[in-house]
Design a protein around this ligand. Structure first.
Ligand code: GLN
Length: 484
């Protein structure tokens, strides 16, 4: 019998439904695996072993009849910026150390209601600000393919936990690439759904006009199963879309004949590692072999995406993070009077990158600079969206590298914030335009995984998942596992 921790979600689903395994057996296998590899990987901030076994028992006892959801009895991990009732939620920050939310985020509630088994909360860059997981206030997470390298970020724990076979699936979040980039660097699949497709109620906000929750797993077929459970309108999130949720698994026909795939020249330019480019171009050719049509396109405002993102995201963060003052949430440092308490709490318990963003954002929003920075950035954001609207009159989906390089070494970019920011150069665009984006593993460079990104039209997750799944039917990069 295969070791249970090597099963994908779809494989677990089939084995559970056939009565070949129980959720308790499956959960025990993953808890054992977590115990074995965590010292090397450090993906988890909290392991909820007891709760997991309780939920697994409950799932097993409710198993007669059809499962309540595709994740019924399936183990799962959640990024620590998503609220979980009665389970610590830190956002990777000291300022929320020991914070225990009194309620579940909507995605958490949907997973619980669907009978998923929570293995624990996974590490991330503080308040999801970062691309390497090195900004976690607790400890860095290590890339399972090479533990001298970063897993990417900010959902680095979500990606590393899947890649290390500690969980078959996880939830991450994106503001500028934080699901796709670590998925690419860890050799797994990850989806950022359309802005508004998944409720963000109970997600600790970073930049509200960009934030979105998304799934990570080995296969696109598994992403479709997870998305089915978490997507849909939520009256508690005013930005959530009222559009009906399609059957994502039904969209996976394996057929991409006639599909027009745009290849934007600006994503294959300066800064892209030559070997990564070779791997990605070869991958895109596979789609042509399957009957897709490749179309050379231009997204001319791409080069403004990083500067635009690094005005808008910090501006919104500076406002969202104002609520962390030591009065309502988390620890409070002593001081002489209220202001000194707040000053000390915020000054000492926010990490350096978070403080940098709050300062950039406060500056960009201050009177006299608002027009020069924030308003200007919003205008450029519109131009970036229009690039995509224009492109989608010619193509159905866009294919690009997920990141310009393979996973970098720990410490390599920590002293150079700009170099760190540039690792998101191909992913922030979809967040600025609100579009769905998918990363799938497409090969290796220097024995490290390379990600292939697809960007789709608004709410067109079905096409995006179809092309990613079709690619996986033709290739076996998603079947490669790190040696641990
Ligand atoms: N790395 C980007 C940042 O630091 C994106 C993070 C994210 O998507 N949460 O802001």
């Amino acid at each position: 019998m295969t070791e249970l921790h090597t099963l994908t979600i779809a494989e677990s689903r089939a084995a559970l439904d056939a009565g070949e395994i129980t959720s308790v057996e499956l959960t025990e296998a993953f808890l054992k695996r977590i115990h074995a590899v965590e010292p090397q990987i450090k993906a988890f901030l909290t392991v909820t072993g007891e709760l997991a076994l309780e939920q697994a028992h409950a799932a097993d006892s409710q198993r007669n009849g059809s499962p309540r959801s595709p994740l019924h009895g399936v183990p799962f991990a959640i990024k620590d910026v998503i609220c979980t009732r009665d389970i610590p939620t830190t956002a990777g920050s000291r300022i929320l150390e020991g914070f225990v939310p009194p309620y579940d985020a909507t995605v958490t509630a949907r997973l619980r209601a669907g009978g998923a088994v929570l293995l624990g909360k996974v590490n991330c860059d503080e308040f999801a600000m970062g691309s390497s997981n090195e900004n976690s206030a607790y400890f860095p997470t290590y890339n399972p393919w090479d533990t001298d390298r970063v897993p990417g970020g900010s959902s680095g724990g979500s990606a590393a936990a899947v890649a290390a076979l500690e969980t078959p699936g996880s939830l991450g979040t994106e503001t500028g690439g934080s699901v796709r980039q670590p998925s690419g660097l860890c050799g797994i699949s990850g989806l950022k759904p359309t802005y508004g497709r998944v409720s963000r109620y109970g997600l600790i906000a970073f930049a509200s006009s960009l934030d979105q929750i998304g799934p990570l797993a080995w296969t696109v077929a598994d992403l479709a199963l997870i998305l089915q459970v978490i997507a849909g309108h939520d009256p508690l999130d005013g930005t959530s879309s009222a559009q009906p949720v399609p059957d994502y698994s039904a969209a996976l026909t394996g057929d991409v004949r006639g599909l027009r795939v745009g290849v934007p020249r600006e994503y294959f330019a300066e800064g892209l590692d030559a070997d990564v480019e070779r791997v990605v171009r070869t991958a895109i050719e596979t789609l042509r072999d399957q009957g897709a049509e490749l179309v050379d396109i231009s997204l001319p405002h791409t080069r403004y995406a990083i500067p635009t993102y690094y005005i808008i995201a910090p501006a919104e963060a500076s406002s969202n993070l104002a609520r962390f003052d030591g009065v309502r949430y988390g620890p409070r440092l002593p001081g002489d009077g209220l202001w000194e308490q707040i000053e000390r709490t915020r000054g000492e318990l926010f990490g350096p990158e978070v403080r940098r963003r709050i300062m950039i954002g406060t500056y960009a929003l201050s009177a006299g600079y608002y027009d020069a920075y924030y308003r200007r950035a919003q205008q450029v954001r519109t131009l970036i969206s229009r690039d995509f609207e224009q492109a989608f009159t010619q193509v159905d989906v866009i294919a690009t590298p997920t990141s310009p390089t393979i996973a970098f070494l720990l410490g390599q970019k920590t002293d150079d914030p700009l170099a760190m920011y540039l690792s998101d150069v191909y992913t922030v665009t979809a967040n600025l335009a609100g579009l769905p984006g998918l990363s799938v593993p497409c090969g290796f460079s220097q024995q490290m995984p390379v990600g292939l990104q697809f960007i789709g039209k608004l709410l067109d997750e079905p096409t995006l998942l179809r092309v990613g799944d079709a690619y996986q039917r033709m290739t076996d990069w998603h079947k490669q596992r790190p040696k641990l």
